[in-house]
Design a binder for this molecule. Structure first.
Ligand code: UDP
Length: 235
């Protein structure tokens, strides 16, 4: 079974690659080639990019900066990442459009449902900028919401670990990886921090499958798209 349409969630931390902040061009080019593999074989790809490599709303709020403003700053950070990724994808020969959920018509097309569908049907990768366009949200929740809006078959959540563990594998040698995980456990277990609980809750309510995997392995995205058992499937 091959997915026809998927949403790939890339965090800002991932885009920073070997750096603490900013964008690692080596990682961005590498991931663009990985995405090309699946786009070239006909899978339609939507990408939700995070912004944590530049601004995370909850971290910058305070000292006179309101949370709403901080979240606006965070959304603009996702826009910076989305613009960079769009260009890098195009430089690797992937037809890509950046659609923004915040008003920014000089720099990106507005996110309009029908327009996004049209681009995807024409085989273009759609990079969403600005999350879902509202404060007090993260790009994880935005990713699930957008996957639902665009009838994606799964959310592919790229992480630095190769799946979901019962406890932090970097801290515990005896951590056990789940191949499959139920939504109920993913929501209820406080030790499972791979994705916001709000995002998992929405996925659970609407039955949107989430695959947590490490994209740094060659062909990992293609493997997930082709239904191979890698990472952890939350369903
Ligand atoms: N954000 C927001 N609404 C959204 C998506 C994101 O307000 O729909 C803001 C929020 O401040 C968040 C920041 O943008 O902290 C960057 O997104 P996120 O933290 O999800 O990035 P990631 O951790 O994936 O890099």
């Amino acid at each position: 079974m091959t997915y026809k349409r998927v949403l790939l969630k890339l965090s800002g931390e991932q885009l920073a690659g070997q750096f603490e902040t900013g964008i690692d061009p080596d990682f961005a080019h590498w991931i663009a080639k990985e995405i090309k593999q699946v786009a070239d074989t006909g899978t339609q790809v939507v990408i939700m990019v995070g912004g944590g490599n530049l601004v995370r709303g909850a971290n910058v709020a305070g000292n006179g900066i309101r949370r709403v403003t901080a979240d606006h700053m965070g959304m603009l950070a996702t826009m910076i990442n989305a613009l960079a990724l769009t260009d890098i994808m195009e430089s690797e020969g992937v037809k890509t459009r950046c659609l923004s959920n915040i008003f920014a018509e000089q720099v990106a097309e507005p996110f309009v449902h029908r327009l996004a569908n049209k681009h995807l049907e024409k085989g273009r990768v759609v990079v969403a900028a600005g999350g879902i366009g509202r404060p007090y949200m993260t790009t994880d929740t935005a990713a699930v919401a957008l996957a639902l809006e665009l009838d994606c078959e799964a959310v592919l959540k790229a992480t630095k670990v190769d799946g979901v563990y019962d406890k932090d594998p970097n801290k515990h040698d005896d951590a056990v990886k789940f191949d499959n995980l139920g939504f109920e456990q993913a929501v209820a277990d406080a030790d499972i921090k791979i994705m916001d609980k709000a995002a998992i809750g929405l996925a659970m309510e609407q039955g949107m499958k989430v695959v947590v995997f490490n994209p740094m392995e060659d062909g990992a995205i293609a493997k997930v798209v082709n239904g191979n058992d890698i990472g952890t499937t939350i369903s």
